[in-house]
Design a protein around this ligand. Structure first.
Ligand code: HEC
Ligand code: HEC
Ligand code: HEC
Ligand code: HEC
Ligand code: HEC
Length: 478
């Protein structure tokens, strides 16, 4: 009995050690299994805080595990003869084969459980914002900008991947391409915007899953708090009544994405900033018009790519809105992060933000010390009284820099234009320039009040806000 079961156990060993390929397979499966056990506490904790551990856990370990699993039968097949010869020497061959069979069945079940767990977690992990944004350093600017409202809680995958298995696979293939670019260090800096590289998923598959194009939004009041670059950082306000409209109510949304409306355009550059041809079609009113910039050559036009207008043609920076230095400081002052009572803090802060630095570390140091120097040199009294406030403002400025400028990736102020407006980039005026015209001289209008009523333009305490009972001047900043 003793010797018998001993030799049966040996039979399992013989099978596994019969060929070096099977042995390598066993080694890999064990290695992956043990690594996985060590990493288990991380997984049970729910979130994986370090993106590289995430990549290891959900990428490398499953890969090793499945490679090992595949190698075992290959080795067995290659060593068929030798195994049969060994088996012949064992007294109770039937029992030995049965034992070996049971061993493999149990192992396979266990491996399937571990394996499916690993691959399921891997798929899940690859859809998190953390995997997309942090594993890959290249996407740091987008990851950082995505942390700002309103879409901070929306996963990258919801806007970048067509729902369904095919879309997922497509995205992962594209991801592999990008990974190669990162490894070979030959990806473009700055990386192309998604519209520019023509890789953005259609808004119908992303935005419109959460926002309805039929929704009537109507007018929207927009109050923009700003500060002058004078000594007092005087507060001023711009007040706009945006005619967003929607559905068949017209307005901005109704005119471009209302029922029956289809607008197509040709772009002369990859960033789609120059638009020589626009076609308006309304299947409900049976209207169709072609707008052309004067002196456009038909041959040149026919070579250009044509796009159909969708949400992201205006809301292109919905999730990754990089700020202008001016607007970011205004917001920080309004939020009380930068003390408005510091003389010339708007002007000085802006200059410090726009200077050139070689890295974020250098910028952080020089912006903070630059601001302190300014007050020490020019406003000794302010420095004596408010050094804490100056230091706090310095930190706020450095934070603004670090979420907008990424010197190593060549992302700086204005790298990614925002098309929703017309002040910092051409935006709406790419088409609404009174120059695009039909044969019978109708143009795409630049009439200010078609899009918004400008109720106040950089005014101090505008009357309209008083009328509306909106005193927006932040407390403590009077
Ligand atoms: C609400 C939708 C939305 C979400 C969520 C979103 N993106 Fe984007 N993303 C966009 C749009 C729209 C563009 C195209 C911008 C353009 O072409 O101007 C874009 C562009 C990009 C680009 C190209 C470079 C650029 O700045 O244009 C990268 C990289 C990117 N996103 C990564 C991410 C990552 C990583 C996440 C998650 C942390 C994410 N995105 C989440 C909508 C989204
Ligand atoms: C997974 C759902 C989801 C997707 C996909 C999505 N959004 Fe949103 N969006 C939201 C939520 C939630 C808010 C926040 C609403 C709030 O704060 O009141 C929001 C807010 C917005 C706002 C600001 C509204 C405001 O009051 O300021 C705009 C504009 C917007 N989304 C446009 C887009 C565009 C364009 C896309 C496609 C590129 C998109 N969204 C994709 C869920 C989504
Ligand atoms: C022609 C440009 C344009 C197109 C196309 C467009 N929008 Fe807008 N949208 C705007 C403007 C301008 C505003 C007002 C922005 C503001 O108030 O700052 C706006 C406002 C919004 C808001 C915020 C409304 C609120 O409650 O304040 C949402 C959400 C939104 N758009 C979603 C979408 C979606 C989804 C699509 C595609 C179906 C779309 N937009 C297409 C220009 C556009
Ligand atoms: C790709 C070109 C294009 C861009 C970019 C564009 N529009 Fe338009 N817009 C059109 C066309 C075409 C019409 C319809 C003209 C017609 O009726 O023949 C239109 C009509 C409108 C109308 C209806 C009133 C009018 O003047 O006819 C409003 C309001 C409007 N657009 C606002 C905006 C805003 C706001 C933006 C920027 C956020 C914007 N548009 C960006 C092409 C564009
Ligand atoms: C085709 C539509 C359209 C037309 C025409 C238009 N605007 Fe605008 N305007 C916008 C949009 C969209 C914004 C951005 C609102 C936002 O910040 O979300 C804007 C913003 C502004 C702002 C505020 C900018 C800031 O950040 O302080 C001012 C001022 C302004 N427009 C003035 C004008 C004037 C003056 C005209 C007439 C020459 C005009 N606009 C014509 C669409 C338009």
């Amino acid at each position: 009995m003793e010797t018998n079961s001993g030799s049966e156990k040996r039979s399992v060993l013989i099978l596994l050690t019969s060929h070096w390929i099977s042995m390598a397979g066993v080694a890999l499966v064990t290695l992956a299994g043990i690594s996985w056990l060590f990493a288990l506490p991380q997984q049970l904790g729910g979130r994986v805080s370090n993106p590289y551990i995430g990549l290891l856990l959900f990428g490398a370990i499953p890969a090793v595990f499945f490679a090992g699993l595949a190698l075992i039968p290959v080795g067995l097949a290659l060593a068929r003869r030798r195994v049969a010869a060994h088996m012949a020497e064992i007294p109770d061959r039937r029992a030995a084969w049965r034992r070996a069979g049971t061993f493999f069945a149990v192992m396979t079940c266990a491996n399937l459980v571990i394996g499916s767990q690993l691959s399921y977690r891997a798929v899940q992990h690859m859809d998190t914002s953390q995997f997309c944004g942090q594993t890959c350093h290249v996407m740091q600017p987008e990851f950082t900008a995505h942390m700002q409202p309103p879409h901070q809680a929306v996963n990258c995958a919801d806007c970048h991947i067509v729902p369904g298995a095919a879309g997922w696979l497509h995205a992962k293939m594209a991801g592999m391409n990008q990974l190669v670019g990162v490894v070979l260090n030959n990806y473009p800096r700055p990386i192309e915007s998604a519209l520019e590289s023509n890789k953005l998923v259609s808004s119908a598959d992303t935005c419109e899953h959460c926002h309805s194009r039929e929704k009537v939004i109507g007018p929207r009041l927009k109050v923009i708090q700003k500060y002058k670059d004078d000594q007092a950082n005087t507060p001023i306000e711009t007040v706009l009544l945006m005619h967003v409209g929607g559905g068949s109510s017209g307005g901005i949304h109704g005119a471009h994405v209302g029922p029956g409306v289809r607008i197509r355009y040709a772009a002369a550059d990859k960033k789609r900033q120059t638009i020589p041809w626009v076609e308006y079609e309304n299947t409900e009113s049976q209207e169709k018009r072609d707008y052309l910039v004067p002196n456009t050559k038909p041959e040149a036009l026919s070579a250009l790519p044509v796009f159909e207008m969708q949400c992201v043609d205006c809301h292109n920076r919905a999730a990754h809105s990089f700020e202008t230095a001016e607007a970011a400081i205004d917001r920080a002052i309004a939020a009380g992060e930068i003390d408005r009572s510091l003389p010339f803090v708007k002007k000085t802060g802006q200059e410090l933000l726009k200077a050139a630095y070689s890295s974020q570390d250098e910028a952080t140091r020089k912006i903070q010390s630059g601001l302190e120097d300014f007050y020490q040199k020019n406003y000794g009294e302010v420095w004596a009284r408010q050094s804490n406030g100056v230091q706090r403002a310095g930190r706020a400025l450095a934070a603004i820099y670090n979420r907008n400028v990424f010197p190593d990736l060549k992302v700086t102020w204005g790298t990614y234009p925002n098309n929703l407006g017309h002040m910092d980039a051409p935006g709406c005026f790419r088409c609404h320039d009174d120059s695009h015209s039909t044969n019978d001289k109708k143009t795409i209008a630049q009439d200010c009040s078609g899009c918004h009523d400008l109720l106040a333009d950089e005014e101090s305490s505008p009357a309209i806000l008083k009328t509306l009972g909106l005193d927006t001047t932040p407390k403590g900043n009077q």
